[in-house]
Every structure is written in C-alpha cells, then in structure tokens.
Write a protein that binds this ligand. Structure first.
Ligand SMILES: NC(=O)c1ccc[n+]([C@@H]2O[C@H](COP(=O)([O-])OP(=O)(O)OC[C@H]3O[C@@H](n4cnc5c(N)ncnc54)[C@H](OP(=O)(O)O)[C@@H]3O)[C@@H](O)[C@H]2O)c1
Length: 310
C-alpha cells in the first residue's frame, strides 16, 4: 500500500555511513523530512554478523535498508580474498536473508567491475557480467545472492567513485600534486567518474519513488556523464584545485595502465549506460566535471575548518 509521506516518513537504515557513499547518503537524508534515518558505522553494525543484522533490523523495523558497505581495495583483494568475499558476498546474503524474513526491501551498491571492459560503447544492465578479478567476482556473487534471496531489491551499479571522504583517486591526485613536481596517470582505461554525493542524490530519488508506490525492482546503472580516463580526470582535478592553491606539480604525464604495476587486472572500458534508470525512474546523469568542482570546493572548505579547529 502507498504511504502518505507527509505523515509517515520513510524509515531507512543505512549501513557503512563512514564510507564515501554512506556519508553523503546519510547527510542527504538526515535533514530531509521525507526520511527517518537509522545510520550505522561498521563499529555499530558489522553486517558480516548475521546475529547483529537480525538484531538491528528486528529492533528498528525500517521500511528500507541501504547497504553502502564494500571491500573496495581492488589491489589488495588477492591478499585478502577471504575478507573481500565475506563482505561483498556473504554479508550481502546476511542482509538479504534477514530482509526477506522481515519483508524489507534492500538497496545495494555494485560496481562496473562486474564487466570485463571489452565493450567500448558501454554496458547495459542486460549485458553479460564477466569479472576480470576477484573484486569484480565478489561484487557479482553478491548481486547474484541478493537476486536469488530477495525479490524486492534494487542493485545500483556505479563506477569510479570520488569524494572528500577516505582514499579515492580525487584525493590521491590532489595529494600527489601537492607533493611532487611530476605525476603520472593512466590514459588508456576509459570510464565515468561519479561523485558520492551525486550517487546519494540518485538513491534518494529512487527511495522516494519506491516509497510512493513504484515497483521498479531490479538492477540499474548510474555514473556521471562524460567518458574520460584517469589522466583526463587528474587534469581536471589539477585545474580545479589550482583555483585554491599553488600546487607543486608542474607536469602531468600520460602513461599506460600496464606501467602502473597494480596487482589487479581492471576493465579497459567500463562505461555504464544509464538509460534504464532514466526510463524507469526519470533520473538523469549529471556531468562529473561540475560534481568535481563542487567536491574540490568542499575539500578545501573542510581543510580550512580543520586548520581553524586544529
Ligand atoms: N569506490 C569506488 O570507486 C566504487 C566503484 C564502484 C562501486 N562501488 C561500490 O559502492 C559501495 C560503496 O563504496 P564506497 O567507495 O563508498 O566504500 P568505502 O568508502 O570503502 O566505504 C565502505 C564502508 O563500509 C564499511 N564496512 C567495512 N566492513 C564492514 C562490515 N563488516 N560491516 C559494516 N560496515 C563495513 C567500511 O568501514 P571501515 O572503513 O571501518 O572498514 C566503510 O565505512 C560499495 O558497495 C562499493 O563496492 C564503489
């Protein structure tokens, strides 16, 4: 039955709110009267514990659970494959089983790395997954377990997430540009950088429509608009950050990803086609360039606040 959101806010339970997407989703929903939010860091709810999941979901009885956790250290997966599968697959199964038992829909995040990257024109939700490495495999298995256990789910595959939180390629580029005169970035892998705050906007829009009666369960793609490479993105980071400070870097060198010496194989082109999300939910892509400008501004504002409070 459709609920009147003016009298009954949607009660949502978010996992992993110390992470990039979790943080921005928590921010976006906390001050929105449409939502009543229960937010968990990993220390308050370890989703790899079935017992904890059972206890918290039973106690709070949310209308929706949003799982923003993930083991995303792509290069460290080979050495930590147990932890990776425990979080990206087994913990998703925990959530799905308990959600199914309590009839709670689950919104879950997945990755462009479920694809092998051979389609330069981009991947739709109907394209065959074929992960290249253990990280992509763990995300794919997490998706599959969720589909098999819980009908009322939304799997949102996103790509190249950047933000002011944690370790991500926007912050790494900025750090290197402050410390080194020359930096390099791969110019041969294509994808769409996507800001964590924009993903939060998309999840909010999905939740509002689901809560107002839309039954658009299933798998969706979202990434910001404009295909680029890590080199193209780094160039934009330097231009945006250069508005705020004189960076040490003088030269940005394009290199091949084979020169990076990373452990994990990554898709060469992992562009996500987002037409299904537009057709089912009316959600449009925003350009990553404007998102980046806003994120860099926020990064400098945060640093200023930290300087003042230090
Ligand atoms: N980052 C990307 O580029 C990218 C790309 C495509 C898809 N995704 C997907 O998007 C989602 C969110 O990514 P993100 O970059 O926001 O992740 P993130 O910043 O790495 O945050 C993940 C959060 O999950 C928490 N966590 C780890 N183990 C947990 C557990 N057992 N129980 C509860 N929480 C736990 C982490 O806590 P600790 O920090 O304390 O471990 C962290 O706060 C993930 O599903 C990821 O696979 C990410």
């Amino acid at each position: 039955m459709t609920q009147d959101f003016l009298t009954t806010p949607a009660k949502i339970l978010i996992t992993g709110v110390d992470g990039q997407i979790g943080y921005f989703l928590n921010q976006a929903t906390q001050n929105d009267p449409f939502f009543s939010v229960v937010a968990f860091t990993d220390s308050k709810l370890d989703i790899s514990s079935r017992e904890q999941v059972q206890q918290q979901l039973s106690e709070h009885q949310p209308d929706y659970v949003i799982n923003t956790t993930g083991f995303n250290a792509v290069d460290r997966v080979e050495a930590h494959s147990e932890r990776c599968f425990a979080l990206n697959r087994d913990a998703v199964e925990n959530l799905a089983l308990v959600c199914n038992e309590l009839a709670i829909p689950l919104i879950h995040l997945s990755s462009d790395y479920v694809f092998d990257g051979h389609y330069a024109s981009g991947y739709t939700e109907d394209d065959q997954a074929h992960p290249l490495g253990l990280y992509g495999e763990s995300k794919w298995q997490g998706e599959e377990v969720l589909r098999s256990v819980l009908a009322k789910h939304v799997i949102l595959r996103v790509s190249w997430v950047f933000s002011t939180i944690g370790d991500n390629f926007m912050r790494r580029a900025l750090l290197q540009a402050r410390q080194q005169e020359e930096i390099s970035a791969a110019d041969d892998r294509r994808g769409c950088p996507t800001s964590a705050s924009d993903i939060a906007r998309v999840i909010v829009a999905i939740l509002k429509q689901l809560h107002n009666g839309a039954e658009n369960w299933g798998t969706y793609h979202y990434c910001c608009a404009e295909v680029t490479t890590r080199y193209g993105f780094t160039e934009a980071v330097l231009a945006a950050a250069g508005q705020y400070e004189k960076l040490k870097v003088e030269k940005l060198i394009p290199i091949s990803s084979s020169d990076l010496g990373s452990d994990a194989e990554r898709p060469a082109s992992s562009v996500l086609v987002c037409t299904k999300l537009l057709n089912h939910f009316g959600i449009r892509q925003r350009p990553w360039r404007s998102q980046l400008v806003a994120m860099i501004r926020e990064q400098y504002q945060n640093e200023e606040i930290n300087d003042i409070t230090a």
